[in-house]
Design a protein around this ligand. Structure first.
Ligand SMILES: Cc1ncc(COP(=O)(O)O)c(C=O)c1O
Length: 489
């Protein structure tokens, strides 16, 4: 038996034991575990990966068009990241972040400070994931407003349908009703405005161009709530939830910037997905040419080889946390100033994760992965548009870089939404059976999302387009919207 065969054999037997554990012990996230009581229902157990391909315990290969969960940006099998982690774990596996730091964390902060589109020399607060990054940014905004003498600036503005994480603060700014159920009352003051969503815009989807009425809603909300009560506005550059939704107009973020400048509200860009090359630039804010006050990151920062998040803060704002309270300041303002930022997390900036992030950044810069995302994203988008130009069940193809959504519709002309959970599940099953991991987001109108590792090849893009044409055409036949003559079938 060769070493490879022996390892495959070991993986198979471990995966059988894992199936029992999933039935009895493991609690999968956002999963109804009762489904796994049926032994027929076998969870997919991935055991190895290389490049953009995953293999399950039975030896089946899958092209990972979701990059883990929008996160394995540099692809699988990066020995350089693994070696950097091993070296750091052997030298010093952990440093207490409450008052101490590690060499890789300090190096990483300096690099991120220079790379971030925040006007240079940002300060970096490390966390261990996306929800914690959002939580940190919200707390930081509120303390900053308190230090400025605005104790009533506790409200937040975010967008409906948006996803910013699952901890209570992040959940409060989420715009998904289903995710928010059972946990109320959530954080007081969390307000939500409509998305900026050209294809489904309630204000201007039938107009020749975006009228920015979605932005006007933000302004109206600020006026209604009182500008002196709003701490921050949080948005993603391209909104994931609802299916890769860029703003209706490039001016959208610039207008939010101006509003924040005029009112003292802090502008947060949640780049947990859009950061680290996804949109074709290192940061999504760069893609839209806007300078926020705070950028939240996670996922792609280590290409998910280790858990890490980072909150990047514009220097001027970080410096406020180091300034003495002005003469005559009230006691709460003085206390908020004296403390520094009153927040901390044991695993924030874990040295092994920071070593992984540094190696990941080396790869991103040396191989120009943001540039690759722009090039390959452009190619994939053109191929999709050519393949689906007249498909009755494809209403919209949108996104940026390698973050592309294909909105499925029951009727292309009327834009009637395709709301058939059974057929949507069958579509995902069909894709998976053909060896592709794809997410079809049904949190808004159903959208198939492509978010592969940034190293995906042209051939893999071609395979993806062929697979999508076949599976979506099969779906159209089941729906009865497509005859046997569609050229792509
Ligand atoms: C935009 C955005 N923010 C925050 C989060 C939360 O990140 P995590 O799951 O690492 O807590 C996510 C997760 O997908 C996200 O997409």
């Amino acid at each position: 038996m060769t070493i490879v065969q022996a390892s495959d054999e070991r993986n198979r037997s471990r995966s059988e034991a894992a199936e029992t554990s999933i039935r009895e012990n493991v609690w999968l996230h956002y999963t109804q575990m009762a489904a796994y009581q049926n032994p027929e229902n076998r969870p997919l157990m991935m055991v190895k990966a290389e490049g953009s391909t995953l293999w399950d315990a039975d030896g089946n290969a899958y092209l990972d068009l979701l990059a883990g969960i929008y996160s394995v940006n540099a692809g699988y099998g990066r020995r350089r990241i693994v070696e950097a982690m091993t070296e750091q774990a052997m030298a010093l596996p952990f440093v207490n972040p409450f008052g101490y730091t590690s060499l890789p964390a300090a190096e990483l902060a300096a690099r991120l400070a220079q790379l971030a589109p925040l006007g240079g020399d940002a300060r970096v607060f490390f966390t261990s994931g996306g929800s914690e990054s959002v939580e940190t940014a919200l707390k930081l905004s509120k303390q900053c407003q308190m230090m400025r003498g605005y104790p009533n600036r506790y409200k937040t503005i975010s967008r409906r349908v948006a996803w910013h994480g699952t901890t209570i603060g992040a959940l409060s700014v989420n715009g998904l009703t289903g995710a928010r159920s059972y946990f109320g009352p959530l954080i007081p003051g969390a307000r939500h405005v409509p998305m900026s969503h050209r294809y489904r815009c309630p204000y201007c989807q039938n107009a020749g161009g975006c009228t920015l009425a979605c932005y006007d809603e933000i302004e109206r909300m600020v006026e209604f709530e009182g500008p002196d009560q709003v701490a921050c506005i949080i948005t993603e550059p391209v909104q994931n939830s609802g299916g890769c939704i860029p703003p209706g107009s490039p001016e959208y973020f610039q207008k939010i910037r101006t509003l924040c400048d005029q009112t003292g509200i802090l502008m947060i860009m949640d780049e947990v997905i859009c950061g680290f090359g996804r949109l074709g630039r290192m940061f999504g804010s760069e893609y839209f040419g806007v300078t926020p006050d705070i950028i939240t990151t996670a996922k792609g920062i280590t290409s998910s080889y280790a858990p890490l998040g980072a909150v990047l803060v514009r220097k001027g704002i970080a410096d406020e946390f180091a300034e003495a309270a002005p003469e005559g300041a009230t006691a709460p303002v003085r206390e908020a100033r004296d403390t520094g930022f009153a927040h901390g997390l044991t695993f924030g900036g874990h040295p092994v994760s920071c070593a992984a992030a540094n190696a990941n950044l080396d790869i991103m810069l040396e191989e120009d992965l943001p540039g690759r995302a722009a090039e390959m994203g452009g190619y994939l988008r053109r191929e999709l548009e050519a393949a689906f130009g007249s498909h009755p069940n494809v209403g919209d193809i949108r996104g940026a870089g390698l973050f592309i959504g294909i909105e499925l519709v029951a009727d292309r002309e009327t834009r009637e939404s395709f709301r058939n959970a059974q057929l949507l599940a069958e579509l995902s099953d069909d894709m998976r059976a053909r060896g592709f991991i794809v997410r079809s987001d049904s949190r808004n109108d159903p959208t198939t999302q492509l978010c592969p590792p940034l190293i995906i090849t042209r051939e893999e893009c071609d395979q993806t387009v062929r697979m999508l044409v076949e599976t979506i055409t099969t779906l159209g036949r089941k729906l009865g919207t497509i005859g046997t003559s569609f050229a792509g079938a």
